[in-house]
Design a protein around this ligand. Structure first.
Ligand SMILES: [Zn+2]
Length: 425
């Protein structure tokens, strides 16, 4: 069934995929793996969902999904900014435009791709750590496909997840009191050290990046050519890396152009680890204290952009991608974000999430300072939006398990096992 293999961006080695592998087995510095598909041409199916792009998604099982991204040419915002070819990749809930991501963010693209990659004979339980959008996307996708899943969230993030995701019996949400995102990540690693569990793995999971790369495939499908510029707000930067990898595949096809889009990435000041490193040409991320990171993260309006360890210096990572595409990183203030969200709503007629406001603000800034040419093809990735029009899930959801941060190390794994076991009785 697997019509692809994995290739290591560090040593160049290739391996068959087991559906969950995150790292190269050879002994060298950390490097991202990539998929290499048998199909070298960009072929699409007639499916009215992201399965249209199945030839370039890792497949270990069939999954059900109605998820769909929408790419359309802007008139309103384009006119306001004086741009001739502004294309919007809308990844949220906007059925009138054809965008059908029920949990309202592009995280749903990666969730379905990750599930489809896992083999049908996989008996271990998938573990995902998240502070919000990723948890909602995986909960919904695993509910639709009845795939066992444990989600670890900080307790204060639970309501946001439950309000927008369907949560079926195969999905167990563990809420950690007194915890932040980093604590949830740490517990997911602790859990996945046990043999009954497998770690989803974030940006290291090839399916995540290929799933997010759908935005580039859908854009090229709509435009007929690879865009010249690509704007996106980044936390882990998995989306930007996935889009770049998709563009490389499209270049290989030969019909859509020979250049990867210039990556115009954006972060929310004052927490801007990628901007800080890239703008001074640093070889690795600049270290900051836990206290500084916490203080800065508390000040950003786009809370999902709070990843403290994006894959910057690693082979196949952000530094390489920016260098190759003559890309750049913008540092966007909260007030610019709010203005951009309002301008988008006014000119395009729909609400967008704060992180999409960060990307839109970067576009506004780039137009103002002349760093984009106004007649070129621009793709703006709206990574979340349409939340206001989403019908709320009305079920009375509670976490399957609530633990305090202080008890996770001692009893966390046993507690999760008991919840999974009791549900099978
Ligand atoms: Zn390797």
């Amino acid at each position: 069934m697997r019509e692809y293999r994995l290739r290591c961006t560090g040593c160049g080695g290739t391996f068959p995929d087991d559906g969950v592998r995150l790292d190269c087995p050879n002994d060298h510095a950390a490097a991202l793996l990539r998929t290499e598909y048998d199909e070298k041409a960009f072929v699409v199916t007639a499916e009215p969902s992201i399965r249209r792009y199945a030839a370039w998604l890792p497949r270990g099982r069939e999954i059900a999904t109605a998820a769909q991204t929408a790419v359309y040419q802007s008139t309103g915002l384009a006119q306001r900014l004086g741009l001739e070819q502004l294309w919007i990749g809308f990844n949220g809930w906007w059925p009138e435009r054809g965008a059908a991501l029920r949990t309202a963010t592009f995280k749903e693209l990666e969730a379905y791709a990750v599930l489809a990659r896992i083999g049908v004979d996989e008996s271990r339980t998938l573990v995902v750590a998240s502070a919000g959008n990723t948890a909602a996307a995986f909960a919904d996708a695993c509910t639709v496909n009845d795939v066992p899943l444990v989600i670890i969230v900080p307790a204060n993030a639970f309501d946001r997840v439950a309000a927008i995701a369907r949560i079926g019996p195969s999905v167990k949400i563990v809420a950690i009191e007194g915890a932040e995102y980093e604590d949830a990540i740490a517990f997911s690693r602790q859990l996945a050290a046990d043999e009954e569990f497998i770690l989803e793995g974030g940006v290291r999971n090839v399916a995540r990046r290929d799933g997010l790369g759908i935005v580039m495939l859908a854009a090229t499908d709509a435009i007929g050519a690879i865009p010249d510029y690509y704007f996106q707000a980044v936390g882990s930067a998995a989306g930007a890396l996935g889009v770049r990898e998709a563009a490389l595949r499209l270049i290989g096809d030969g019909r859509f152009g020979g250049q990867v889009p210039q990556l115009m990435l954006a972060q929310n000041a004052p927490f801007t680890p990628l901007f800080d490193a890239w703008s001074v040409n640093a070889p690795v991320l600049i270290e900051r204290s836990v206290a500084d990171a916490r203080r800065q993260i508390a000040q950003i309006g786009a809370q999902v952009l709070s990843n403290q360890t994006p894959p910057y210096a690693i082979a196949g990572g952000v530094r390489e991608a920016l260098g190759e595409s003559s890309g750049t990183v913008f540092s966007i203030e909260n007030n610019e974000m709010v203005d951009a969200m309002m301008l988008f709503a006014e000119s395009e007629g729909i609400d967008i999430d704060p992180e999409a406001g960060i990307a839109t603000a970067a576009l506004i800034r780039a137009v103002a300072d002349g760093s984009v040419e106004r007649d070129r093809r621009i793709l703006l990735n709206v990574t979340g939006g349409g939340r206001a029009g989403r019908v709320r899930e009305t079920h009375d959801a509670r976490p399957s398990l609530v633990l305090h941060r202080d008890e996770v190390a001692a009893i966390g794994n046993d507690a999760v096992r008991s919840v999974l076991f009791s549900s099978h009785l």
